[in-house]
Design a protein around this ligand. Structure first.
Ligand SMILES: Nc1ncnc2c1ncn2[C@@H]1O[C@H](COP(=O)(O)OP(=O)(O)OP(=O)(O)O)[C@@H](O)[C@H]1O
Ligand SMILES: [Mg+2]
Length: 268
């Protein structure tokens, strides 16, 4: 075990990136994302989740999709690439458990629709396509993506879509070519830096996860982490962990603003 964990009696790595479902802090912003995603899913439409880098978008998507009951829902989670739409179709087929190699785009699209039709009508499941990092998608992909939601057999929308990514995702959706897709959006949420009070709660929450009952950050350290991170969770994680390591090296049971400042000099 690392020496700082021994020093602070932490039973696991503090401020880890991979928080389990039960350890996700349910913030007001997370609830807002959840509500909007469910609304779009219920009416078979689209929701947009944008936010600053490291603000908790992917965690929010995971929170909502992992809580869906598998007997009711099948969520299809994809991390977008900068590739063509055929790449996205391939990823989607892979997620659906139907790998295809060397076939045309049209055949892949038809196979995806067949799989979806089977999920909805055969297995009586609801579906949702979640595309994280959607700000990376090319405009041509936005122009075609809506065809996934159209079915020749009936006009009922089968596939609600959630697009998540950085704020420039909105710019991509403003293009004329993206309009058919953008017109399906019924709900939007934007995650940004949290307040100091929420940051304090966030820090305590992560300390509790690793079994540190007492608040090891002093008031000025909380302020320094809040200011240094702009209220963004990933940066706050790095600052908090870095400061903990420095405090332990200095045999200080309290993490101070100085420790945070020293940690800040090493991160971007
Ligand atoms: N609700 C939460 N509860 C606990 N920890 C969280 C929560 N949201 C975010 N985090 C922490 O912050 C880190 C960054 O969050 P996340 O990866 O979800 O951000 P993001 O907005 O998707 O970032 P990027 O812009 O790089 O895609 C997570 O690895 C996790 O440690
Ligand atoms: Mg992310």
């Amino acid at each position: 075990m690392t020496s700082y964990r021994i020093f602070f009696e932490m039973k696991r790595e503090p401020f880890a990136a991979d928080v389990e479902l039960e350890h996700i802090l349910v913030t007001p912003a997370l609830n807002a994302v959840s509500e909007r995603m469910h609304y779009a899913m219920n009416i078979g439409a689209m929701a947009l989740v944008t936010g600053e880098i490291g603000s908790g978008k992917s965690t929010a998507l995971r929170y909502v999709t992992e809580k869906l009951h598998p007997s009711e829902y099948r969520s299809l989670y994809i991390v977008a690439t900068t590739g063509a739409i055929s790449e996205l179709y391939r990823q989607l087929l892979h997620t659906l458990g139907a790998c295809m190699k060397g076939v045309s785009k049209a055949i892949m699209l038809q196979s995806i629709k067949n799989e979806l039709y089977e999920l909805v009508h055969g297995k009586k499941l609801k579906t949702v396509l979640v595309i994280d990092e959607a700000s990376l998608l090319r405009i041509e992909v936005f122009a075609e993506l809506h065809t996934l939601t159209q079915f020749e057999k009936d006009s009922k929308p089968y596939l609600p879509i959630v697009l998540a990514g950085q704020s420039n995702l909105v710019d991509s959706l403003m293009y004329r070519a993206s309009m058919p897709l953008a017109s399906r959006i019924v709900a939007r949420s934007h995650l940004e830096g949290v307040s100091r009070a929420q940051m304090h709660e966030y820090l305590q929450h992560h300390l509790a996860i690793c079994g540190t009952a007492h608040d090891i950050f002093d008031e000025a350290a909380v302020t320094a982490i809040h200011q240094g991170s702009g209220g963004l969770f990933r940066k706050a994680n790095h600052l908090a962990r870095g400061a903990i390591i420095i405090a332990a090296k200095n045999k200080s049971m309290t993490v101070t603003a100085d420790h945070v400042r020293m940690a800040a000099s090493e991160i971007f």
